[in-house]
Design a protein around this ligand. Structure first.
Ligand SMILES: NC(=O)c1ccc[n+]([C@@H]2O[C@H](COP(=O)([O-])OP(=O)(O)OC[C@H]3O[C@@H](n4cnc5c(N)ncnc54)[C@H](O)[C@@H]3O)[C@@H](O)[C@H]2O)c1
Length: 257
């Protein structure tokens, strides 16, 4: 079977919702044991329940990726008896605003999850990957490359995700660890629904259409489309790929304008 992940030990952050949930399910469908790290345990448990119903293997944990002690303790336990094969840094949060309307607290909040969270998880995992090699995938965004308007802090953090990816890929080449990032344009998840509800109350449908059209392909992505790319990048079929960012964006970066 191609894209086989049978027996692989995988960690995914933010696997209780949206893109992360789809990735957790897709990895388990290919045979991986998936450890789901979530801010609150209940959405992680719900994803694990769905995976079990599909005869897959998953365990749910509550863990705030921005808290280094918590991350080190948990990942230390997960990797105590079994080496780690796959780490997916997916958890992320957004903030709307330009440089003037982004406060220091806003900047720190987004930094702590989107940058420090990625650092914390790689830092805690890489030792358990060094012996047998492995795969790290970081969720960046088209914002990392083009800088989306009114997303000052978010774009900044996703730019850092991109460069952390290149740096880790280079430093761990000799250990057989491949590190890549994925840059989606808008994907229809609770992240987007929450934004529309908060920012355009009563106009959600109209704005959903407008946001859909910002992708030249005419719609938002689906979480499963991102998950399929993750499965490929985690598999042996992608063994020649490291230190690269993969836009999956309906033409957003290259075809707009
Ligand atoms: N949806 C999009 O349009 C889009 C586009 C480009 C990139 N992304 C990126 O993809 C990733 C997933 O986005 P999504 O749309 O599925 O979001 P989502 O809000 O649906 O899910 C994110 C999950 O991360 C979890 N999380 C947040 N902070 C956490 C923390 N400190 N510790 C542990 N878990 C935490 C949340 O509880 C949530 O379950 C994010 O990194 C986001 O920036 C999303």
């Amino acid at each position: 079977m191609k894209f086989n992940l049978e027996g692989k030990n995988a960690i995914i952050t933010g696997g209780g919702s949206g893109i992360g949930k789809a990735i957790a399910i897709a990895l388990a469908d290919q045979g991986a044991l998936v450890h789901i790290l979530e801010l609150n345990e209940s959405p992680a448990k719900e994803t694990a329940r769905e995976i079990h119903q599909r005869n897959g293997s998953a365990i749910a944990y509550s863990c705030d990726v921005s808290n280094q002690k918590e991350v080190q303790k948990l990942i230390g336990e997960i990797t105590k008896t079994k080496a780690l094969d796959i780490l997916i840094n997916n958890a992320g949060i957004a903030h709307i605003g330009d440089v003037e309307t982004t406060s220091e607290e806003d900047l720190d909040r987004v930094y702590n999850v989107n940058i420090k969270g990625v650092y914390n998880c790689i830092n805690a995992s890489i030792g358990a990957m060094k012996e047998n090699g492995g795969v790290i995938i970081n969720m960046a965004s088209v914002a990392a490359t083009v800088g989306i308007s009114q997303r000052f802090a978010y774009s900044m953090t996703k730019g850092a995700v991109l460069t952390m990816t290149y740096s880790v890929a280079k430093d761990y080449l000799d250990f057989g660890i491949r590190c890549n990032s994925i840059s989606p344009a808008r994907v229809h998840t609770p992240f987007v629904d929450g934004y529309l509800k908060k920012t355009y109350p009563g106009r959600e449908e109209e704005m959903f259409e407008a946001l859909s059209k910002t992708q030249p392909i005419g719609r938002m992505g689906r979480p499963e489309e991102i998950a399929n790319l993750v499965v490929y990048l985690c598999s042996n079929e992608a063994s020649f790929i490291t230190g690269t960012d993969f836009p999956i964006d309906g033409g957003f970066i290259r075809l707009n304008g």
